[in-house]
Ligand binder design. Structure first.
Ligand code: SF4
Length: 309
């Protein structure tokens, strides 16, 4: 044993205490941050109102567990009254551990419903081997969840998609669908009867990952159906993670830009009346915004801002 080991043992009791204390502090900070961001998203989009019955879709993945957990915390503190019912759709995928969610929900003591529907066999029967199954599978799932929401008298359907899902969808739509379109934080369901909400819209995936570890949620693997995760989504995810590492703040700015759209500076003629646009001789008090903050690239100096005229 060398001198350093004798004088500074790696796991001396006070060092262990300090580490545990720091960890508890970080965990508490994470919980507060999640509550704040979820509360903010709910407020910004008026997601939940007094008297709502919110159906929380629980897949057994980290995000839906985090959603349920945070909504339960917020419900205790909210100035309004709303009910929560957790719903899991057991799609009869091979090796799905059907007892895990009921055991977890029983412990929580909240109302829940497990809907048993063998969509797995339908998908297997209709989609040829090797083809992507997710689109049919999620369409079937959506229809079932709407019906269940009706039967349970739920007024809102809460899904566990987070900020990174929204950004990935945004880039997927742009790169492969030639559309500026993300994943809405709130929308009316396809059947026109329900409002679908995404209270984790402002939450980073890294935070739900960490929260799932802290809370030791009994995660059910998401690859039971044998489908490969969408390759294009995987690539976009890797691109965003790379940007986040190399250019801190970039991903945050892209996400903020989704809330700050300037239709007059895009090219969608349905969103802005370019056809009827005329000079009316009235000065804009905000000044000439046409050229503001446009970057000017020169090969010698890189990007320099334009000086105001
Ligand atoms: S990964 Fe499997 S369960 Fe999930 S949507 Fe695709 S086919 Fe369905």
């Amino acid at each position: 044993m060398n001198e350093a080991t004798l004088t500074r043992p790696a796991d001396a009791p006070d060092a262990v205490d300090k580490k545990a204390e720091k960890q508890a502090y970080e965990n508490n900070k994470l919980h507060k941050r999640l509550c704040r961001l979820v509360g903010q998203a709910i407020g910004d989009f008026n997601m939940i109102e007094d008297g709502d019955k919110v159906m929380v879709c629980l897949s057994g993945g980290k995000d839906s567990y985090a959603l349920l957990d945070i909504l339960m915390t917020l419900r205790e503190r909210a100035p309004i009254k709303f009910d929560i019912v957790a719903v899991n759709l057991d799609q009869k995928q091979p090796n799905f551990p059907a007892d895990v969610l009921p055991a977890y929900l029983d412990k929580l003591g909240i109302p829940y419903h497990i809907e048993n529907q063998d969509t797995y066999s339908i998908v297997k029967r209709l989609i040829p081997e090797g083809k992507t199954t997710c689109s049919l599978c999620s369409r079937l799932r959506r229809g079932i969840l709407y019906r269940v929401a009706d039967e349970l008298g739920c007024t809102k359907i809460a899904l566990g998609h987070h900020r990174d899902d929204i950004l990935e969808t945004f880039f997927l739509n742009m790169f492969f669908g030639a559309k500026i379109k993300g994943m809405p934080a709130k929308l009316v369901s396809d059947d026109g009867k329900h409002v679908v909400i995404r209270p984790l819209a402002y939450v980073k995936e890294a935070d739900t990952e960490r929260y799932a570890e802290v809370k030791q949620f009994p995660i059910i693997p998401c690859d039971l159906c044998g489908s490969q995760e969408n390759l294009q989504r995987k690539q976009i995810k890797a691109m965003l993670r790379d940007w986040e590492k190399k250019y801190p703040g970039r991903v945050e700015n892209i996400f903020s830009s989704l809330s700050t759209v300037v239709p007059s500076h895009l090219m969608d003629r349905d969103m802005f009346g370019f056809q009827d646009l005329k000079a009316d001789g009235v000065a804009n008090p905000a000044g000439d915004i046409a050229f503001d903050e446009e970057p000017c690239s020169t090969p010698a100096t890189g990007t320099i801002p334009l000086q105001p005229l």
